[in-house]
Design a protein around this ligand. Structure first.
Ligand SMILES: *Cc1c(COP(=O)(O)O)cnc(C)c1O
Length: 360
């Protein structure tokens, strides 16, 4: 068996230890005589897995008691509709900062249910930076302000949160959840699809301040109402049981690694290796302004499309896969989520150096 270094933006690498535990427990979890996949979600065994998973997430992220943690289906994309249906209900308005495709999708979907307003955008420069805003830019009557914290496609990240005054801040953290500590109390809602940094696709984590639950529009489908899931411990219907179990294994792995401070340190080290190389390379260059660079997604180009394609193909042969940039931007992108070992980044940089010598 030869595992590759997988730089996919998502679904992406999972920690090898998590996969090994899942493999060892595949046929029988504990003394249950069954796989987690086969368990009733109403069973004592499964409830214990679920409760431990939620407790560990609360501990790792330091989530206060006045926040509900929900494990839902439908991906981050379903939140683009759930958020306006549930939150855009006091004044029927919400503000959006457009930092890429995901932020734009959230904005477009919200516009179907109320007065969604674009406050700022970085579209003018292919989303290569985070636009600056001040409190005065936001409508104090907006029901919420939406941002995408880490822009998976373009490789930018909020390093300073926008000041939204008393308006609840809602953030899509799909591609940066658990990559570093985050002050949950600064947000009304945080949400993330699992397939970047947590688990296989299928579970979506929503962390929502309790006072924001319970004001949904009348037209809200039962399954899209946060109340439904909050009142039923995320078990109104069958939850994505197996993905939640894998998320639980990832949370245990993060605890063992030393928690989010340790993850941050490791992620900064990994990202620095790559950015330092890009900053000094004569062939490759990063596409994002230095102060807004992501720790998780690193896009770069040679400036020559043929050379980009050659690099991606040769990298693949050498065991570095999924380095092709998003179809909307081209070039390359290395996604270096929590599960990417530092050796993977070191070896990628070595390979890039060699490619540069041969092709510059
Ligand atoms: C991947 C991604 C999404 C889409 O997630 P789905 O679970 O596929 O709906 C949304 N936002 C961000 C920031 C992402 O990285």
């Amino acid at each position: 068996m030869a595992r590759v270094y997988n730089f996919s933006a998502g679904p992406s690498m999972l920690p090898e230890e998590v996969l090994k535990t899942a493999a060892a427990e595949m046929l029988e979890f504990g003394e249950s005589g069954q796989s987690v996949m086969e368990m009733s979600h109403r069973s004592k065994e499964y409830q214990a897995i679920f409760d431990e998973t939620e407790a560990n997430l609360r501990e790792i992220m330091n989530i206060p008691d006045n926040y509900e943690v929900l494990f839902l289906q439908g991906g981050a994309s379903t939140q683009f509709a759930m958020l306006p249906l549930n939150l855009m209900t006091k004044n029927g308005k919400a503000d959006f900062i457009i930092t890429g495709q995901w932020a734009n999708k959230a904005y477009k979907e919200a516009a179907r249910y109320g007065a969604a307003r674009e406050v700022a955008s970085s579209k003018d420069k292919t989303f290569s930076y985070i636009p600056k805003t001040t409190a005065a830019d936001f409508d104090p009557e907006a029901d919420y302000v939406h941002i995408c914290m880490n822009n998976t496609i373009y490789g930018t990240k909020y390093n300073t949160l926008p000041d939204t005054g008393d308006v609840p801040l809602v953030a899509d953290i799909s591609s940066c959840i658990l990559s570093e500590p985050i002050d949950v109390t600064k947000f009304g809602v945080l949400y993330a699809g699992a397939q970047k940094n947590v688990a296989p696709a299928g579970v979506t984590i929503v962390i929502i301040r309790k006072d924001l639950i319970g004001n949904a529009m009348d037209i809200t489908p039962t399954m899209l109402n946060y109340v439904t899931h909050a009142e039923n411990g995320s078990m109104f219907n069958t939850p994505p049981c197996y993905a939640i179990y894998i998320a639980g294994l990832t949370f245990k792995w993060i605890k063992k690694m030393g928690g989010l401070e340790a993850m941050k340190e490791l992620n900064e080290k990994k990202a620095k290796l790559l950015y330092d190389f890009l900053d000094n390379s004569k062939l490759f260059k990063g596409t994002v302004v230095a102060e807004d660079r992501s720790l998780m997604n690193v896009p770069f180009i040679t400036g020559n499309e043929e050379l980009d394609a050659k690099f991606v193909a040769e990298a693949k042969k050498a065991g570095f896969v999924n380095l092709k940039g998003h179809r909307s931007v081209g070039g390359m992108r290395a996604s270096i989520y929590n599960a990417m070992p530092i050796e993977g980044v070191e070896k990628l940089v070595e390979f890039m150096k060699k490619f540069e010598e041969e092709n510059a």
